[in-house]
Ligand binder design. Structure first.
Ligand SMILES: [Zn+2]
Length: 171
């Protein structure tokens, strides 16, 4: 009985937190319904945190087959990194094999949406989008034990909701 009370308290707290997070993310007042069913994970790990900018400097690499260039594009497709920043969305690149795209990450009192990936982003690593290369460079590499991951029941729905906000409709 006691156990059940504790569990529901955590769930309510997580939902309230996400309602707040949404306002912070989108600077609006409408809750994304997809965020109301979310499980919170706290990894017993030290996270490696890096930063990047929307430019070619941080979004291209030389491979055997030539240059891969993802300048200003989010891995979820259809959204530009600068457009997301203009909407007030804090973007983070994650390893999609451990965190589904569309999840919410709380780091350093800010809520980020996992909308991007990167070849160097593996495991408990976050790559935070910053508006200028200078800021990303100055951020360097940091480490943090206190990262919270909120995985929505339907992460794809969160991405679609952001695309709808951006004026992108499903074909
Ligand atoms: Zn850069």
């Amino acid at each position: 009985m006691m156990r059940r009370v504790i569990v529901s308290a955590i769930v309510v707290w997580a939902v309230a937190l996400l309602a707040f997070a949404y306002q912070d993310l989108m600077s609006g007042n409408n809750l994304i319904p997809e965020l109301s069913h979310t499980k919170k994970l706290q990894y017993n790990a030290t996270w490696k945190i890096t930063a990047y900018c929307p430019g070619r400097c941080c979004n291209s690499r030389l491979t055997e087959n030539g240059i891969e260039d993802y300048t200003n594009s989010a891995a979820v497709g259809g959204l530009t990194l600068t457009g997301l920043m203009d909407m007030g969305v804090h973007v983070v690149a994650v390893d999609p094999s451990i965190i589904p795209l569309g999840s919410i990450i709380k780091y350093n009192d800010t809520y980020y949406v996992a909308l991007d990936t990167g070849s160097a982003i593996k495991g408990c690593t976050l790559d935070i989008l910053m508006p200028e290369h200078r800021k990303a460079h100055d951020f360097g590499i940091q480490y943090c034990d206190d990262v919270e991951v909120f995985i929505p029941e339907n992460p794809r729905g969160v991405i679609e909701a952001i695309k709808a906000k951006a004026g992108i409709r499903k074909p």
